[in-house]
Design a binder for this molecule. Structure first.
Ligand SMILES: Nc1ncnc2c1ncn2[C@@H]1O[C@H](COP(=O)(O)OP(=O)(O)OP(=O)(O)O)[C@@H](O)[C@H]1O
Ligand SMILES: [Mg+2]
Length: 298
């Protein structure tokens, strides 16, 4: 058997997911990058390894708050059917073997600061995910308390921001309450850890699911793709802050006047290089680890 014979279950915007044994999935994070929900043509070198290493770092740290879907992160431990020559890049630190979860149909966002779509809504209606917040906040303001701000998980198109009550209507009151508690605790721990390295986690998105009746943290966690990181030294409210995520790509795309529908414009090489560097820097400075020490490094 060759590893390319594994059944491809799903190709997401970033991850390729293969079935690999009873209840297990091989999740391979590609170097693909999406912006405004459109996959760009250029790959960002090293991005898949960063996403994988960073998710593993946080999931391990958050184990006391929530179990996670990780089974194997070391390629040497992967099942024999994965460890075959073929087209699947399982050995370079971009892949992990996880438990297949029955995913909740909502995205579990936590916001500590007012930015992105929440800021746009606040300007429009004075609310955040249709929930009340104090008046007089600015772009980038710290919220009085971190908020659990779910969204729908659109199968196509853009996710829609919803209130806690709307999420509870979708996943049920008791699951919603448990998910909110988990996400707020996880955010608090991650925000404190990031703060000790000089970073703010302005907001982040978790995805949870059920494995054997138990809620687990799945997908990715606290990566530049799922979070908005700011350097604490740069922070001041009232301004759009430079962030360690795909901001260079977004800014460049916005400047082209692209209408955000496919096909996207081609990214210039310097934007690709800058973004690649940002991903690696985000991982290394926020986790305090060296990417070369992750599987598939040096
Ligand atoms: N343990 C798991 N079991 C089942 N599905 C999972 C698990 N972990 C993650 N997923 C799902 O796998 C997919 C990951 O793919 P990817 O991140 O590329 O996709 P996307 O969700 O399409 O894009 P985006 O992250 O931008 O919303 C998501 O649909 C996610 O919900
Ligand atoms: Mg995703």
């Amino acid at each position: 058997m060759r590893s390319r014979d594994l059944e491809l279950l799903q190709r997401g915007k970033v991850r390729d997911i293969y079935r690999c044994g009873e209840g297990l999935l091989l999740m391979v994070a590609s170097d693909r990058i999406s912006a405004f929900d459109v996959i760009l043509d250029e790959a960002i070198p090293g991005k898949g390894r960063v996403l994988t290493a960073m998710s593993a770092h946080w999931m391990e740290m958050l184990q006391e708050v929530v179990p996670n879907h990780l089974v194997f992160v070391d390629p040497d431990d992967f099942p024999p059917e994965v460890r075959q020559p073929g087209d699947i890049d399982w050995g370079s630190g971009r892949a992990m073997v996880v438990r297949q979860a029955d995913m909740l149909p909502v995205e579990c966002i936590v916001r500590g600061y007012l930015a992105g779509s929440a800021w746009k809504e606040y300007v429009r209606s004075g609310t955040v995910h249709k929930m009340p917040v104090p008046s007089g906040l600015e772009l980038g303001s710290r919220l009085p308390e971190p908020m659990f701000t779910p969204s729908t998980k659109a199968t196509s198109g853009h996710d829609e921001n919803i209130s806690y009550d709307e999420a509870a209507g979708i996943i049920g009151q008791s699951v919603a309450a448990e998910v909110r508690r988990i996400c707020l605790e996880a955010y608090a721990i991650a925000a404190a850890a990031a703060s000790s390295k000089g970073f703010i986690v302005a907001d982040t998105k978790f995805e949870l699911g059920f494995v054997n009746g138990q809620l687990v943290l799945a997908d990715e966690a606290l990566t530049p793709d799922s979070s908005r990181f700011w350097k604490a030294d740069d922070w001041r409210s009232g301004y759009e802050l430079p962030s360690y995520d795909k901001q260079p790509v977004r800014d460049w795309l916005e400047a082209t006047g692209w209408d955000k529908t496919p096909p996207p414009p081609h990214l210039p090489v310097d934007i690709v290089a800058e973004t690649s560097k940002r991903y690696v820097t985000a991982y290394e400075s926020i986790t305090g680890r060296d990417l070369d020490d992750w599987y598939g490094g040096r």
